[in-house]
Every structure is written in C-alpha cells, then in structure tokens.
Write a protein that binds this ligand. Structure first.
Ligand code: 5GP
Ligand code: MN
Length: 311
C-alpha cells in the first residue's frame, strides 16, 4: 500500500493544503485527492485549504471541499516546496500531529513526518501513482489531468516523460472531456488577460544580446485592469518562446518596491538555483521568488546570476 493510502486509512479527519496563488497542478492535485477520499472513504472527513480558485477551474470546484474542522489527524501538503508557501494553511499544518508532504519540486525542503518528493511532471502525476487505478472515476481523472497539462504546458515542457503520457492516456480513458479541459483551463483568456499580455509583450525588453527577455507589470497597471496575479498566467511562456531567448523574466510588483519574480529557461540556465538563492524555488526550467528593491536592481541582480551560468 502506498504511503498516501496507509496515512489516509489511519486518519479520521484529513486536511489537504496547497500553495499560495494556486495553479493548475495545485488545484488539480488538491481537488483530485479530495474527490478520491470522498468517493472511496465515505467515513472520513476531509477539508481542502487553498486560496481562491480562478474561474477557469470552475469544473473542479466542490462546495463541500472548503470546510473547516477544529482539528485534523492528518495534513497532506500538495505541490508545495516549503512550509511558508502553504500560506494560511501553514497554521493548520502546524496544529496537525501527522504531516504527509507530496511534491515534485527539486527545491522541496522535505518538511513533514513523511514525504513523497520525487521527480515527476507534476504533483498530479505522483498522486496517480499513489492511488489505486480502479478506484478513480471521471471526476478524479479530470482533476489529475488538469495538473499534468498545466505543469507540462500541455505535454511540451522538458518534464514530460513517456510515463507522463502513459498516465495521461489512462486518464483520458475515463471519458473525460480532455479537449475542453485544455481549452477552458489553459488556453482561454479573458479580454482583460489578453490586454495585459499584449501590454507586457509590447513593453518587454531584450538584454544580454537578446538571450534574456524581461517585462515588468506595475501595480498601477494591475489596478487599472482590476487584475489578479492569476491573470498574468501564460505571459511568461510567450516570452520564453521568443526567438533567441534563453531566459524570460516577468516581474510582478506586489508592493511598492517588492516584486514576485517568475523565470523560465529553455536549454542552459537552471533557474531553480537562482530562485533558491533569492529565497524562492521551483524547477530547472521554471522557478520563482520574491525580491525587494527597484525593478532595475532586481533585474541587475538576476542577470548577474544568469550571466554566471551562461559563462
Ligand atoms: P511561477 O513563475 O509560475 O510562479 O512559478 C514557477 C515554479 O516555481 C512553480 O513550480 C512554483 O511552485 C515555483 N515557485 C514560484 N515562486 C516561488 C517561491 O517564491 N518559492 C518557492 N519555493 N517556489 C516558487
Ligand atoms: Mn506542480
């Protein structure tokens, strides 16, 4: 029996937590596991702790998932590299006697009583391996499929393996509307998102002989469009696929003089090392962190590290 299933069997009340600003893999893994426990362990009580789920994932929302119990026997952390990134759920975790940490970030700090941290396209791919296939249904499969397509950029990032494709194949065999899931949750943009993307791309700046492309989203622009951080999803991928670019950087000004940094690379630069240096984390080709200072200083600091790696 997997570590996940034996932990579930021993617990009566279970909390599931994901990282702040939840993305497709975080939402897919949290809701996939919620649905799995609800379907197969009817006597267990389970609550999900994630921040507001963007509308694009409406098909994964479950009214009864966002409950709150006074205490839990088991806390399962999903897709989260460190304790702080759990946000408000961190407090819930700290009160829970047993913590299981399931994640695929190489920068994972291995917190918790037990971990399943390994290389995989997504946390959803790991979860699939920990569940019993005959106990899945279309709802669970839709959630796990969502995480896989989001973290692989629809099966094109370098984290996509033969195993990823095989699992995705098994998931679509449950009769899920996979084309609609991809369009609705990954590709569809609101007009607002389209406009911000256009603006970011137009204002992007090439440096280091065009090998690095950066763009800055200022707070006044976010306010003008009444945009949420999730409205910026997808922008950095357009930047990364620009000809000649090795590293794309998007700075999102969260507070005056404080930026959320997103980095993507193509072939050479390990951006997880740079993100970790600045207190963040992530993967070799996709990572992030938060840095204080002027935008100019932030870019200067980051390019110093990129240049070192490019030699
Ligand atoms: P994104 O640029 O899309 O926000 O994040 C890219 C990857 O880096 C994701 O896997 C995300 O979980 C991770 N990441 C982004 N920001 C942080 C951060 O501040 N800390 C850690 N540990 N990981 C981050
Ligand atoms: Mn993930």
């Amino acid at each position: 029996m997997s570590k996940l299933l034996s932990a579930i069997e021993k617990a009566e009340t279970i909390a599931i937590g994901g990282h702040v600003r939840p993305d497709g893999d975080c939402i897919g893994s949290c809701m996939g596991l919620f649905r799995y426990i609800k379907k197969n362990y009817r006597d267990k009580q389970v609550c999900v702790y994630v921040e507001e789920i963007p509308d694009a994932f409406d098909y994964l929302k479950e009214e009864d998932a966002f409950c709150e119990k006074p205490s839990y026997d088991l806390f399962i952390s999903l897709d989260c590299g460190d304790e702080e990134r759990l946000g408000d759920a961190q407090k819930v975790m700290e009160k829970t006697p047993y913590v299981l940490n399931i994640d695929h970030h190489i920068t994972n700090t291995k917190f918790g009583n037990e971990t399943v941290v390994k290389e995989a396209s997504s946390t959803c791919e790991i979860l699939y391996g920990l569940m019993e296939e005959e106990k899945l249904d279309a709802g669970i499969a839709s959630a796990l499929y969502t995480g896989i397509i989001h973290d692989t950029g629809v099966f094109k990032h370098s984290n996509t393996t033969k195993e990823t494709m095989e699992i995705a194949g098994k998931l679509i065999a449950f009769g899920i509307p996979f084309g609609k899931i991809i369009d609705d949750s990954f590709y569809r943009k609101t007009y607002k998102q389209l406009q911000i993307m256009g603006r970011c791309l137009m204002e992007s700046v090439r440096i280091m002989d065009g090998r690095c492309l950066f763009s800055i989203v200022r707070q006044n622009v976010m306010k003008l469009y009444e945009a949420k951080p999730s409205d910026l999803d997808g922008i950095i991928d357009e930047m990364r696929t620009t000809e000649g670019v090795e590293v794309a950087i998007l700075l999102d000004e969260r507070e005056p003089g404080e930026f959320k940094v997103s980095m993507r690379s193509n072939e050479i630069v390990d951006v997880s090392v740079i993100a970790r240096y600045f207190g963040g984390g992530g993967h070799v080709r996709a990572a992030g962190c938060a840095i204080k200072g002027s935008a100019f200083d932030v870019i200067n600091n980051l390019t110093g590290h990129i240049e070192k790696q490019l030699g």
